[in-house]
Design a protein around this ligand. Structure first.
Ligand SMILES: [Zn+2]
Ligand SMILES: [Zn+2]
Length: 411
């Protein structure tokens, strides 16, 4: 019995230990994390686990509460000190003793951090979406690629942490009393006044003034800088595909960032993009099909007995072959089945799905010799004279035109 009791006690202890959150771990920061690091961790995690983004997910909800609590305690220098020395219990006692001003509601904290009603959409203002066009080579559309691109993104100024102020002080505008609007009286005639409401010219309608502006952002709270974004192009993705990066558009302390929309467009082929001189750069795409133009000499088109090796977009060789005697008409279009673009599928290649391909259409152009040796000309002439009229196509008869001019009786 004694033994069993001890085991139960041990289990109970383990549970208690597990229940106490380790605030630094919750935010994924080190014990020596700076204020900035804490803010950045909270900014990311609170958005990630916000119940509006994870409807019905109780684990995410608990995480959201935990992250809010951790940030609430660690962002306050006083309670952080208490936590570092006395741990979770110490903070609870400190709170009961009335220490510090804390947010009891995680949504209040989220609200005070991002502004708005503590929620995405509804109450909280969302910034504008930003659309960027990224040019992708046909080769990368064919094979799929993990790459990255850069754009000038607006960031919250790190120096002043989005306050716009060098000393962290932001004062209420005394000219408009923080309303951002002023009533201006205009005298229209002696004794006649018109009252007009205008935006406050002192604070520019913000209701706040900053005496000592931040040296980095000059009071703007935000700065633009080149930002690298990872980009995965699915195999067979179509030009015009729009990929959304939620809340990755311009950041601001005044709103939740809108979405970054990446619009994939096809890059013009260029020889610089083709250092290994593969043929692939000259394919043309239409939906899931590819087009290729192949040039034949008169002899090849007429007599056959030729082959061409096309290097496909993935480096494979696709052979075009004609035996002797196989004639190719100028403008003929040959269909090579299954050698077009891979058809995009959201699952990609897997045991459940195998990529299908469109067709490759090869158009033939025939080039006549621009000059001939006189001996060769005589030989050809003789052959034509010999066989003229025996077999072959009568072009005049096949043209569908009448033999004689048609005379209309009424004329
Ligand atoms: Zn003002
Ligand atoms: Zn600044």
């Amino acid at each position: 019995m004694w033994f069993r009791g001890a085991a139960l006690l041990l289990v109970a202890l383990v549970q208690i230990v597990l229940c106490v959150p380790e605030y630094y771990n919750v935010l994924g920061v080190s014990k020596s994390a700076s204020e900035k690091e804490l803010k950045s961790a909270y900014r990311q995690l609170s958005k990630k686990y916000h119940p509006d983004k994870n409807p019905g997910d109780t684990t995410a909800h608990d995480k959201f509460v935990e992250v809010s609590e951790a940030y609430d305690i660690l962002s306050d220098a006083e309670t952080r000190k208490v936590y570092d020395r006395y741990g979770y219990d110490g903070v609870q006692k400190h709170k009961q003793g009335g220490g510090g001003h804390h947010h009891h509601d995680p949504f209040d904290l989220f609200n005070s951090f991002f502004g708005g009603g503590g929620h995405f959409g509804g109450g909280q203002r969302k910034g504008p979406n930003v659309e960027v066009r990224v040019a992708i080579s046909l080769r990368d559309f064919y094979n799929g690629k993990t790459t990255e691109f850069q754009w000038e993104k607006q960031h919250i100024c790190e120096k002043c942490e989005g306050s716009g102020s060098a000393d962290g002080k932001v004062d209420v505008c005394t000219s408009c009393n923080g309303r951002g609007m002023k009533i201006v009286k205009h005298q229209l005639a002696p004794g006649m006044f018109q009252q007009i409401q205008t935006q406050c010219d002192v604070c520019g309608g913000r209701g706040q003034v900053i005496k000592h502006k931040c040296s980095v952002c000059n009071g703007a709270k935000v700065i633009r800088k080149a930002t690298t974004v990872p980009l995965t192009i699915a195999r067979g993705a179509l030009p015009g595909t729009r990929l959304a990066y939620e809340n990755e558009a311009d950041a601001s302390p005044d709103y939740v960032a809108g979405d970054l929309i990446v619009n994939l467009v096809e890059k013009e082929p260029s020889p610089e993009e083709n250092p290994d001189r593969l043929d692939g750069v000259f394919f043309r795409r239409k939906d899931n099909d590819l087009y290729w133009t192949e040039v034949l000499s008169l002899r090849e088109a007429w007599m056959g007995d030729w082959s061409r090796n096309l290097t496909h977009l993935d480096g494979r060789i696709v052979s075009l072959v004609r035996e002797r005697g196989q004639v190719v008409q100028p403008g003929h279009i040959e269909t090579v089945e299954g050698e077009g673009m891979p058809k995009f599928h959201e699952d990609g290649d897997s045991v459940y799905h195998q990529t299908e391909f469109g067709n490759l259409y090869v158009e033939y152009i025939v080039v006549l010799p621009d000059q001939m040796e006189s001996g060769m000309e005589k030989d050809f002439w003789a052959i034509w004279q010999k066989w003229k009229g025996k077999i072959g196509v009568d072009l005049h008869k096949d043209s569908g035109r009448p033999e004689k001019p048609i005379v209309h009786e009424e004329l």
